[in-house]
Every structure is written in C-alpha cells, then in structure tokens.
Design a protein around this ligand. Structure first.
Ligand code: C5P
Length: 238
C-alpha cells in the first residue's frame, strides 16, 4: 500500500495512509447520515465545519492535559492524526435525558440526570451498534478490566472539560459519543472526532438544538447551526 491509500471510509470521514506509518490523514466529507447510514445526504460545507470544530476541541483538551490522536490541521477539510488501533466501542456520556436514552426508559427529554452516566455501544454496523455492558466488553475481548476503567475515567474527565467549555459559550452539553484507540505499546488515547455530529448541544437560553438532531429530526439546515457552534468556539478559544 502506498501513500494516499484509502484505509477506511466511514459515514462522514475517509482515512488515508501517509508517508509515515505512524500518521494518518483524515478527510472530512460533506455528508450527513442518520439511521446507521440508511438516510444519507450531501451537505455542502459540513466537512470544513466539523474538521475545524474537532481541531479546536481536541487542541483544547490537549491544553487541559487530555492526550488525543490529533497532530494538526492540514487543510480546511483535512487533519493529520496518530495512527491508532481503534477500539470498537462507542462511549456515550449523558448529562441530560435525550435521544435513545429518553426513548428506551421513557424519561422525558431535557430532564437533568443526577450524575453523568456512561454507556458502551459495540461498534458493529451489521449488528446495528448494540448497547452492551462491561461484561460484554470483556467477553468480546474488546478491552480488559483495567482498560475499561481507564476509558471510563478519561470519558468522565473529558465530560467535565467539555461541560465547562460549552458553558462559556452559552451551550448545555446534553450528551456525546467518543472513541478511543491503542498505540502499539498499548497506551489508550482519545481518537475520532468531537463535533455537533457526535454531541447534543442545546442553546442555554432557547433550548434550540445546535447539533445533528436538526438533521435527524428534519428541523432545518445544519450548516448555519454548525457554523454558529464553530464561531462561538473560536471566540472562546482564540
Ligand atoms: O442516539 P443516542 O441518544 O444514543 O446518542 C447519544 C449521543 O451519542 C448523541 O450525542 C449522539 O450524537 C451520539 N452518537 C454518535 N454516533 C452514534 C450514535 C450516537 O455520535 N453512532
């Protein structure tokens, strides 16, 4: 495989090899999907917005001492990241009832939770990313006990940093999904992205959705909404 070989194509990103086997190039796509890819649309401008939002957030996390795979932004829609072995887990943290949690447990959307709860979903498209627990993670040999504890601790730390960050820009962090990867030596790092595609962000004043629910629920155009999130982050972080 040579330079620029496509390694993986996801729903909103493509991953390419580079000259350096430790570094990958991520290309964000002008694509929005819902229902595990069943619904798919081209959304012009989304790639740049999510690339820039992820870079701002990952750099902020780094400043706060939270290691992650980001190396640098290389174009409006591309970034370089450390090549990691992605752990097939979607780690979800919820601060407020919403989405699948609200539906499954019939807890009204918008109800604050007494403490942040963490959920694991097994990243497996044919299985539709099932909800699993720690024992499932171990039996499937996705991660060891020690690694599970490390991932949980990091996810809760990230939650605290993100709550603070979004609070300063007038946004409530309702919930979000993150992913982790392993280096060759077994070190675990935050990977993937943190964007309005992977978080629920509600405006503090109006409760307006500033995230992908605008697309999922047909509430309008997501580009101005993601632009708003980027602009507020730029004001807070630059
Ligand atoms: O749909 P659900 O309520 O379980 O989503 C919880 C959080 O995880 C939301 O912020 C959603 O955007 C995110 N998520 C994601 N990718 C998925 C599933 C959920 O980013 N495949």
């Amino acid at each position: 495989m040579g330079k620029n070989t496509l390694l993986y194509e996801g729903k909103a990103k493509r991953l390419f090899k580079t000259d350096d086997s430790n570094i990958l190039r991520v290309e964000y796509l002008d694509q929005a999907t819902a229902l595990n890819g069943i619904r798919k649309d081209t959304v012009k401008g989304k790639a740049e917005l999510n690339n820039e939002i992820t870079v701002l957030i990952f750099e902020h996390l780094k400043k706060k001492g939270l290691q992650n795979h980001l190396i640098k932004i290389v174009s409006k829609h591309e970034q370089l990241v450390e090549a990691l072995d992605i752990i097939p887990l979607e780690v979800v943290i919820r601060n407020v009832s919403a989405g699948s949690f609200a539906k499954r447990l019939e807890i009204p959307e918008g109800r604050p939770l007494a403490f942040p709860i963490l959920e694991f979903y097994y990243k497996d498209d044919p299985l539709d990313d099932p909800f699993i627990n720690d024992d499932h993670v171990k039996i499937l040999e996705i991660a060891t006990n020690q690694e599970i504890e490390f991932i949980k601790q990091k996810a809760h730390q990230i939650n605290l940093i993100l709550i603070d960050l979004f609070e300063t820009i007038g946004i409530r962090l309702i919930d979000f999904k993150i992913e982790f990867g392993r280096r060759g030596d077994g070190t675990i790092l935050l990977a993937d992205e943190i964007t309005p595609d992977t978080c629920r962000l509600w405006d503090k004043q109006t409760n307006e959705h500033l995230d992908k629910d605008v697309y999922r629920r047909n509430l309008g155009d997501i580009v101005p909404v993601y632009q708003e999130v980027l602009e507020r982050l730029e004001q807070a972080l630059h």
